[in-house]
Design a protein around this ligand. Structure first.
Ligand code: KG4
Ligand code: ZN
Length: 351
């Protein structure tokens, strides 16, 4: 399949990209984050309206970058879930309209698996078996992938707050701007990660065995809040950088410990990491520190491909087309909590 137009609108980013012969040739993006920042969180209705305003200009920018006309597109791939229903609906409606008008096949692709598929654009074909770790504002998920187009097993995920979400909430506790993730990451570099040791949630004690691949960060967030309140009550000075460093270490240690366990349990020699949180500097350092000595290769896309974008949809659509997977029927629905073992919606998904 030569040219696949990728469309993503699952949260606050409107992304349209063109993937041709497995290469990223055009990449256009708009974000409504500034409109949400003053509320301290994503407002779904605001995000949906922003997608409506942005879609046509972003599509036009992508086509201009690629220097093609819509009839030169061979297939369309659109993120159909998981994500915010109203936001997903805008990209999906636009993608369906394009597919119908152009008479081209459409692939309704999985948001989380698309975060992994995008890595192929930079680092080439995937090995026959790998572990995927997707960490974002909405997900902390581990999957075992034998074939990104057809054979994915969900191993575990977020029981409460996702990694990025926990960082955003701790950012708020520390008085940092929204979204707090990158600010907490930066502040943590000035702190001592061992000054305050926070709990490891499901990575410690008996939960290591009962939830080998699941994550829980909400208790940790409460522990951080208690630590700040306790210091204030005792009128002690708190060092926000030490809190950020101890908290970051707890989240990242849990992520890397479970990801390593998955690699060992499934005999995988490669881990692919995706999602906005994979920009986190401590995660990148600890992955390298713990995986590489064990012979496990770490693949992480460039930061601009880690956050939500159209290239990830295009990359997964291109893989599906290459594998000969049947396109989705035009009457598919958006799925706000689509299972991670489904790379693409098929004809029987709406039943
Ligand atoms: O994948 P993404 O762009 O959107 C979602 O699908 O959620 O991820 C955004 C999340 C936010 O929670 C943001 O705070 C977090 O990723 N994030 C970070 C860093 N950069 C982005 N968290 C920690 N450290 C960072 N450097
Ligand atoms: Zn995402």
């Amino acid at each position: 399949m030569a040219s696949v137009l990728g469309i993503e609108s699952s949260c606050d980013e409107t992304g349209v990209s063109l993937v041709r012969d497995g290469e990223l040739v055009a990449h256009a993006l708009a974000s409504s984050m500034e409109e949400h920042a003053r509320y301290g969180g994503i407002i779904p209705e605001v995000a949906s309206r922003a997608h409506l305003n942005s879609f046509i200009p972003v599509l036009e920018e992508c086509l201009a970058q690629a220097d093609i006309d819509t009839n030169e597109i061979d297939a369309i791939a659109v993120v159909a879930g998981p994500g915010l229903v109203g936001s997903l609906g805008v990209g999906v409606s636009a993608a369906k309209a394009l597919a119908f008008a152009l008479g081209k096949p459409i692939y309704a692709v999985n948001h989380i698996l698309a975060h992994l598929a995008v890595d192929r654009l930079e680092h080439g074909d995937f090995p026959g078996s790998f572990i995927g770790l997707v960490v974002s504002g909405g997900h902390s998920s581990l999957v075992h992938v034998r074939d990104i187009a057809s054979d994915v097993e969900e191993l575990g995920g977020t029981l409460d707050d996702a990694a990025g979400e926990a960082f955003d909430k701790v950012g708020r506790l520390l008085g940092l701007p929204y979204p707090g993730g990158p600010h907490v990451d930066k502040l943590a570099k000035d702190g001592d990660k061992d000054a305050i040791v926070f709990p490891r949630g499901l990575a410690a004690g008996k939960y290591r065995h009962t939830h080998p691949y699941d994550f829980s960060f909400s208790g940790l967030k409460t522990a951080v809040a208690r630590s700040i309140e306790g210091a204030q009550l005792r009128e002690q000075d708190i060092n926000p950088a030490d809190i950020a460093a101890g908290f970051s270490e707890s989240v990242v240690d849990s992520l890397v410990t479970k990801a390593l366990r998955a690699c060992e349990d499934y005999g995988a020699e490669t881990i692919v990491v995706g999602g906005g949180f994979s920009a986190n500097s401590r995660l990148r350092a600890l992955l390298a520190e713990r995986m590489e000595p064990r012979g496990i290769a770490v693949r992480i896309p460039s930061p601009y491909l880690c956050t939500d974008n159209g290239a990830m949809a295009g990359a997964l659509g291109w893989e599906l087309a290459r594998a000969g997977i049947a396109p989705s029927p035009l009457d598919f629905s958006v799925h706000s909590s689509l299972s991670l073992s489904v790379p693409c919606l098929s004809g029987d998904m709406n039943a």
